[in-house]
Design a protein around this ligand. Structure first.
Ligand code: AMP
Length: 548
């Protein structure tokens, strides 16, 4: 028997319709790429997004066609997003931090027909234009005055197109399972693969992330998503802010500590989200200049594990609550958040901190399981490591164009490639990427755990742990440390700092002080590059063994 409720397709255009109808005057503030702070509202963004849809139709875009954006977080980028999705085309967010050849591969693979770009990225597009024959039009997200210096052949001016098109446009009217957006994985191994979100999956993700134990933002919040819209949909904030009518503050291209602090204060931001490296830069800026955030109440940190020192600094020095989150492009992206349960909330702050440092528990709509290499389920005892498997209505079912083949197991779970534990409170903790975990004497060593502890050393700016070949143990850990500017330290100092905090056999066999720890396109430590750079490295313990 069918239920008898209304059929109201879950399409994301309805989110912006809602924002216009019920929060039409709520502000969207952006640090524009041209420089000045620009103020607009959900009502105005809605009208302009409709003009975008009409402009795309004039350019020949049909529902299902891919239209890319290569842009920072600004109100124009939001207009382009909703304009593309509202008319049924697929919004493909490009990550400008990718290498040129990866960007080119992605555009061609997606068959993008139009690219909306910020002025910043014109040099890349000029270089690549000849290698991207599918791209028929490039629209520069700027006004006529700033088009003067644009030399890219055929480039169109965004503001001119908007002025030429009306706000009269019907959105939606298609199946909620239609594709809405496309985002490629960071591609640390092999070619990047496309995750094709549907309107329904984005809508459901939005509803779930609005929950108090998830992002928990409301109409009274002012939200600054530092996390870019091209990194897994700004963790859904471009949808959830509109859905609740939160004031939205877009940082544009300036993500340094001083610029973020300035916006936090001038716009009275209450909630923000970013990867740990961004918060590290903000903390450094505040410390060096003796500043405090005056309105910020809560930050969500994810993308990589949050170091303990960061949580303590926010909590103890600034009274800001930290929510640690885990997710991936394939999970839309939010998968788990470390918000307390009733039992954890009753614990003292130090005991609660142990849970904040884990990646957390799944909201409704996310199923998790741990399994071993043989596909057997593992216990949730907080110590057994296993492959983290995930399932749900906003989790990838297959990659775009079938890349990678069948990616779900017999029970319909997707293998995240992460290795994790789950404790008896239901808190998941990532111990590694499956390809980074160190296999020493048949046992696994978590590189993330050692890194997080080591980075708590007052002289450490960034730490990375990788496995190096060992004749007896297969692999042993090596700790790489990038010191704070001007600091000096010894290997013994760091090994002494780790003593008692990790199992003795996890102690790194070597500590190397390096000038640079490379970060990948989404701000994560690029271990593949580190391994390449260290291809000729031999552990002192392995040398000793060889000469013995
Ligand atoms: P991406 O698709 O680029 O967002 O990358 C997703 C991957 O980032 C996950 O599979 C994890 O390996 C890693 N990741 C995301 N959040 C966290 C976190 N809070 N702690 C540790 N690793 C994380």
């Amino acid at each position: 028997m069918h239920g008898l409720m209304q059929d109201w397709p879950l399409t994301v255009d309805k989110i912006l319709d809602h924002a216009k109808n019920w929060h039409g005057d709520r502000e969207i503030v952006s640090r524009s790429v041209e420089g000045p702070i620009v103020r607009t509202t959900y009502g105005q963004v809605h009208d302009r997004a409709k003009r975008v849809s009409n402009a795309l139709k004039v350019l020949g875009i049909q529902p299902g066609d891919r239209v890319a954006t290569l842009a920072w977080n600004t109100s124009r980028h939001i207009e382009a997003w909703y304009g593309i999705m509202g008319m049924g085309a697929v919004c493909h967010t490009l990550n400008p931090r990718l290498f040129a050849e990866q960007l080119c591969y992605i555009v061609n693979h997606a068959e993008d027909q139009v690219i909306f770009t910020d002025l910043t990225f014109l040099p890349i597009l000029t270089e690549l234009q000849a290698q991207m024959p599918c791209v028929k039009h490039v629209i520069v997200l700027t006004d006529e005055a700033h088009m003067a210096g644009v030399t890219l052949p055929g480039a169109l001016c965004y503001e001119t197109l908007l002025a030429q098109n009306s706000t009269d446009c019907v959105w939606g009217g298609f199946d909620e399972n239609s594709a809405a957006a496309l985002c490629y994985t960071s591609g640390t191994t092999g070619n990047p693969k496309g995750v094709l979100y549907s309107h329904r999956s984005n809508f459901l993700h939005t509803l779930v992330t609005m929950g108090k134990d998830v992002m928990g933002i409301s109409a009274t919040d002012t939200v600054l998503p530092v996390v870019p819209m091209f990194h897994a949909n700004a963790w859904g904030l471009a949808f959830s802010c509109a859905a609740v009518g939160a004031k939205l503050v877009n940082p544009g291209q300036k993500l340094d500590g001083a610029s973020i602090y300035e916006l936090l204060e001038s716009e009275e931001v209450t909630f923000s989200a970013a990867v740990p490296t961004v918060w590290q830069m903000l903390l450094t800026h505040m410390r060096e200049n003796n500043l405090k955030p005056s309105t910020l109440k809560r930050v969500v940190i994810g993308g990589s594990a949050v170091p303990e020192a960061l949580v303590r600094a926010f909590r103890d020095d600034y009274g800001v609550s930290v929510t640690h989150a885990w997710g991936m492009t394939e999970t839309s992206p939010l998968g788990t958040l470390a918000t307390p349960t009733g039992a954890i909330a009753k614990m003292d702050p130090e005991a609660q901190l142990r849970f904040t440092l884990k990646q957390g528990r799944p909201p409704v709509g996310i199923e998790l399981k741990l399994e071993n290499d043989a596909g057997e389920r593992l216990p949730h005892d907080g110590t057994t490591f296993g492959r983290l498997m995930v399932k749900g209505p906003f989790v990838v079912g297959e990659y775009f164009k079938g890349d990678g083949g069948e990616i779900l197991d017999d029970e319909g779970f997707f293998d995240t490639g992460d290795v994790a534990t789950i404790d008896d409170y239901g808190f998941m903790q990532i111990t590694d990427r499956a390809k980074d975990v160190i296999k020493s004497g048949g046992e696994w060593i978590s590189t993330i755990e050692i890194e997080n502890i080591a980075v708590g050393h007052e002289k450490a700016f960034l730490c990375a742990v990788i496995g190096a070949a060992h004749p007896k143990w297969d692999e042993r850990p090596v700790l790489l440390v990038k010191l704070m500017p001007g600091a000096e330290a010894t290997k013994e100092e760091f090994l002494g700092f780790l003593e008692g905090k990790i199992a003795k056999w996890w102690t790194p066999d070597d500590v190397l002080f390096v000038d640079d720890i490379p970060l990948g396109a989404t701000g994560k430590i690029d271990k593949k590059l580190i391994r390449q750079r260290m291809a000729d490295y031999v552990l002192p313990t392995a040398k000793a063994k060889a000469t013995a």
